[in-house]
Design a protein. Structure first.
Length: 251
């Protein structure tokens, strides 16, 4: 692919979605249920439409099962990048678990090309929320809309393109991330078993100082930090177990 054509494609993919295409869901809810931390997202079809508009027929996806997760392999003009997805909420873990995991993996794979990645950088806001209806109140929605418009006005398209630009030909970095994920998840299940999901989120929250508790949002360097810590724990456990030998019976 010509270098200039590739650059133009990346710039087009990285354009922000229209504000009306952005929705919000509660990431955390206060104990009294009156406020929630809003997480911005766009519907799956918004991503698909952008790919159709920019790439035409030159994009495709495949999925690979990986335990409770799924890996999405997104190919654009012959270049493939991958990411994982899993069902988060109890609703997603029910009958729509597979669909939710695939959608999450697809969006994360899109972000590898810069598509929708800017959403992760939007300010996190606590706004008014109605726990009974599980919806943000009118006041809360108005505050989120105001923040979104101000953010779009403040961050120009050129700034976004420069900040989000990446080289999709660097498949080695992407392969390394997938390998780190496999090592991270394998060690976690070995050490913590059924508690692994809870433990992993706690460790991610601590490592990122509260920025996120989602392991899927970690960088390669952050994954390596957690892996190193778990390998240390694994080494420390081995001597403890091997030292528990049965006492010799007296004759």
């Amino acid at each position: 692919m010509h270098t200039q054509k590739l650059a133009d494609l990346l710039v087009a993919l990285q354009q922000p979605f229209h504000p009306q295409q952005i929705s919000w869901k509660p990431r955390s809810v206060s104990k009294d249920g009156t406020r929630a931390l809003a997480l911005a997202y766009a519907d799956l079809r918004v991503y698909q439409n952008r790919l159709d508009e920019v790439c035409g027929l030159e994009w495709s996806v495949t999925y690979t099962p990986w335990g409770d997760r799924v890996i999405c392999h997104l190919t654009i003009n012959g270049i493939t990048r991958s990411s994982t997805g899993e069902a988060d909420s109890q609703a997603e873990k029910s009958e729509i678990a597979g669909t939710a995991a695939e959608a999450q993996a697809f969006k994360r794979a899109c972000s590898m090309f810069g598509l929708g990645r800017y959403l992760y950088g939007l300010p996190a806001l606590w706004v008014d929320y109605d726990a009974q209806t599980r919806q943000f109140t009118a006041q809360g929605q108005a505050k989120l809309k105001e923040m979104l418009v101000q953010h779009y006005q403040r961050v120009s398209t050129d700034d976004l393109a420069e900040a989000e630009a990446s080289d999709p030909t660097d498949e080695e970095a992407n392969d390394e991330l997938v390998q780190l994920w496999q090592q991270f998840d394998g060690l976690g299940n070995e050490l913590y078993g059924d508690r692994w999901t809870e433990v992993s989120r706690h460790n991610v929250d601590r490592l990122t100082e509260g920025a996120t508790d989602n392991p899927e949002e970690l960088t390669a360097a952050q994954l390596q930090t957690l892996i190193a810590g778990m390998e240390t724990i694994k080494r420390q456990r081995k001597p403890a177990r091997s030292s528990k030998r049965p006492a010799k019976q007296k004759a």
